[in-house]
Design a protein around this ligand. Structure first.
Ligand code: TYD
Length: 343
């Protein structure tokens, strides 16, 4: 039996990962610790609640009492707890430092206190900053450019320091842009799907030619599982599916699947410091016999179908004051611009 603590497990990737562990390993016990901030929801893990191998704990990774009590009773810690939305980090960097950096420190301290527990830090390919050409290997320098990616890079450095200084058994994954069911509808894919379903504009930043490498959430979870079980202590692993697409292409695929007009896609003023391209070299992970199972077109169709058939899930979120406040603060004044006329 293995006891795994999944922090941030009521969020998007974390909830899929908790489910993946329970489905894949009958003798594992999984505890989710989640602060249930705006992006986490018990509805993401409702199906797990009745499983006797599963437990949910409402709490914050910044709380050392809560964290110590949980870490001491678990073999492994997988940390998904984070503020993740770049746009929000531009408006309010402080909460990113609090959760994404200080929260990791609290978790690491508990792991240090209770000995040889494996700690997996879920990080992001955004720590490399923009990769204008080629593919970043794990040895590439960290050049984060947004408050979000700077927080995640800072956390990675702390994790590495705990490995080097205290011999903590750590691994780090740097995942690429992830999509799938249950993703909070502020990220591009679920925002565009739900806006299109409501016949509202899809706000494409700048000229829409920025490139992201899209990975389906289940593939991302299997990759994290692979690193958790087989990763070398102190190791860092890129995760990506090699689906390098321009944002405009993704938007066009979404309206096409939904049978909506491309005129819904509207260019708006760009995000400050917008990274133009992310691309990671995943040879290290592939040597561990991982490969993605989902083609982008299939994953996107599946995701669109999920949002179509779960409108109560996202409509409730979009009707909340918190969501509307952020949306109006961020998008208000981001007037449509004609492509080619951006700064
Ligand atoms: P996002 O899902 O926020 O992830 P990240 O910024 O971490 O890559 O955005 C993905 C891409 O989509 C990114 O290049 C920004 C762009 N984007 C838009 O063009 N419009 C939007 O409204 C959002 C949220 C994102």
């Amino acid at each position: 039996m293995r006891r795994v603590l999944v922090t941030g497990g009521a969020g998007f990737i974390g909830s899929h990962f908790a489910r993946h562990l329970l489905c894949t390993y009958p003798d594992y016990r999984v505890t989710v610790l989640d602060a249930l901030t705006y992006a986490g929801s018990l509805s993401n893990i409702a199906d797990l609640m009745s499983d006797p191998r599963f437990a949910f704990y409402h709490g914050d990774v910044r709380d050392p009492v809560v964290v110590r009590n949980l870490v001491r009773n678990h073999d492994w810690v997988v940390n998904f707890a984070a503020e993740t939305h770049v746009d929000r980090s531009i408006l309010n960097p402080g909460s990113f430092l609090q959760t994404d950096v200080y929260g990791v420190y609290v978790l690491l301290e508990a792991c240090r206190e209770f000995g040889s527990r494996r700690f997996l830090q879920v990080s992001t390919d955004e720590v490399y900053g923009e990769v204008l050409e080629g593919f970043a290997t794990e040895e590439a320098p960290l050049r984060p450019r947004s408050p979000y990616s700077a927080s995640k890079a800072s956390a990675e450095l702390l994790v590495q320091a705990y490995h080097t200084t205290y011999g903590l058994d750590t691994v780090i994954t740097r995942g690429s842009n992830t999509y799938g069911p249950n993703q909070y509808p502020e990220k591009m894919i679920p925002l565009f799907i739900t806006n299109a379903l409501e016949d509202r504009p899809l706000p494409l930043y700048g000229d829409g030619s920025q490139v992201r490498d899209w990975i389906y959430v289940e593939d991302h979870c299997v990759a994290i599982d692979t690193v958790l079980h087989h990763g070398e202590s102190g190791g860092v692993y890129n995760i990506g599916a090699g689906n390098l697409l321009k944002n405009r292409e993704v938007a066009e695929k979404i309206v096409e699947i939904l049978g909506k007009s491309v005129s819904l896609i509207q260019s708006v003023a760009d995000r400050p410091g917008h990274d133009r391209r992310y691309a990671v070299d995943t040879s290290r992970l592939r040597q561990m016999r991982w490969s993605p199972r989902w083609r982008f077109e299939d994953g996107l169709r599946h995701t669109v179908e999920w949002y179509r058939s779960h409108s109560e899930w996202w409509k409730e979120i979009k009707s909340k004051k918190e969501y509307q406040q952020f949306a109006s603060q961020w998008y208000h004044g981001r007037a449509p611009v004609t492509p080619g006329q951006e700064e």
